[in-house]
Design a protein around this ligand. Structure first.
Ligand SMILES: Cc1ncc(COP(=O)(O)O)c(C=O)c1O
Length: 378
């Protein structure tokens, strides 16, 4: 057997081999139909996603970022309105708020889960606050019950940033995207359900919001060429819809693969005596973590990252800079140190390969390399 000496962070080619036979003819069908934008294939996919996410409606859009933007537009977020969110996420979460000229208001995280700390939310509410965007970071939902309770008391919209969390469950099997007023998903290729390009979807149980989202994604037109509102081009392509619809059938199997990889790592780090140097993710009881990323909180983070790269192991920092420390948000007046838990996480965490096709040999190579690193450090 060949000795393993490299593991990529993600190997989409391995996944493609398993679905190629189904996906290629489906794409050819779309090409033959020449029906490329929205249409029946997109609607079919939307219905399947709505069912998967336990909601009444789903609106396919052009990306996860656009899902957030259109959800904020549907929630009627105006210039100078305040929208509360975590300081620790992918840029789009905060960027979409600013793109509507609204003001992002940042909150620190729970250091165990890396998700927004609900206790801090109420302190940040003002008479300008209109919405909360909790992010289900890395594939585990935020603690939604207290967030929904606060939102109800202050009459705020809740928009879930579920970009990394398709199929993730809060307590009682409740799925990401079904908990707030709207859920925003990304089909960026690295997500558990990834397209062959950009794509996203907004989920909702509210018929009025659904209607608005349908108009907004097509310039606000209703009927065609008549505009009561200003929307944009946020439409999903039929090619993405057919690819994603095929992949959706395999999603739970792939997520199961990620979950068993996570268990393998947790056991493996413990057996190697690395539980002090390396902290694996905390999964809250009764939640379903879908492990879009497997995040380690580690000692000597930057040196370890270099060591992994030298040994051809894919690893990334998600995310090295919290929003309050981003140059583009300097105008908001935050300073370094305002959100200690998030800033510490940004300094101490890395992701390691978790994709479902990983072999035991590859996972052992990752853990043995990390073990070697800490042996040398002693
Ligand atoms: C938490 C989060 N929000 C939003 C997005 C934006 O999604 P997209 O890249 O599809 O625009 C992403 C994905 O990259 C994300 O991880």
């Amino acid at each position: 057997m060949n000795k393993i000496n490299s593991v990529p962070l993600l190997d989409l080619k391995a996944q493609y081999q398993t679905i190629k036979q189904e996906v290629e003819p489906a794409i050819i069908e779309v090409m033959k139909s020449q029906y490329f934008i929205l249409g029946p294939k997109v609607k079919e996919f939307e219905d399947n996603i709505a069912e998967y996410c336990q909601v009444k409606y789903a609106v396919g859009v052009s990306s996860g970022t656009d899902a957030l933007i259109i959800a904020l537009m549907a929630a009627d977020i105006q210039a100078d309105d305040e929208v509360i969110t975590t300081t620790y996420s992918f840029f789009a979460t905060a960027g979409s708020i600013s793109r509507l000229n609204a003001k992002p208001v940042f909150i620190d995280i729970d250091p165990e889960t890396y998700n927004i700390d609900p206790v801090e939310i109420e302190k940040a509410i003002t008479n300008k606050t209109k919405a909360i965007i909790p992010v289900h970071l890395y594939g585990q939902t935020a603690d939604m019950e207290p967030i929904l309770e606060i939102a109800k008391r202050y009459n705020l919209r809740v928009i879930e940033d579920a970009a990394q969390a398709i199929g993730s469950e809060y307590r009682d099997g409740k799925r990401a995207g079904s908990l707030g007023d709207m859920g925003c998903f990304s089909f960026f290729p690295s997500k558990n359900l990834g397209g062959f390009g950009d794509g996203g979807i907004v989920t909702t149980n509210d018929e009025k919001l659904y209607q608005k989202l349908i108009y907004l994604r097509n310039h606000g037109a209703h009927p065609k060429y008549y505009h009561k509102m200003i929307g944009g081009n946020f439409r999903l392509d039929a090619i993405q819809a057919v690819v994603l619809d095929i992949k959706l059938k395999y999603l739970d199997g792939w997520t199961g693969g990620r979950q068993s990889n996570a268990e393998y790592y947790k056991k493996g780090f413990l057996e190697r005596g690395l539980n002090k140097a390396v902290k694996t993710p905390t999964v809250i009881e009764k939640y379903r973590h879908i492990y879009n990323q497997f995040i380690l909180r580690v000692q000597n983070r930057d040196a370890l990252l270099s060591y992994l790269k030298e040994h051809n192991i894919g690893s990334e920092i998600y995310y090295p800079v919290t929003f309050n420390n981003q140059e583009c948000f300097a105008y908001l007046g935050y300073k370094k140190g305002d959100f200690p838990h998030a800033e510490k996480a940004a300094d101490e965490t890395i992701s390691i390969p978790i994709y479902p096709e990983l072999t035991s040999g590859q996972k052992d190579y990752v853990m043995n390399t990390i073990q070697e690193f800490y042996k040398q450090k002693k």
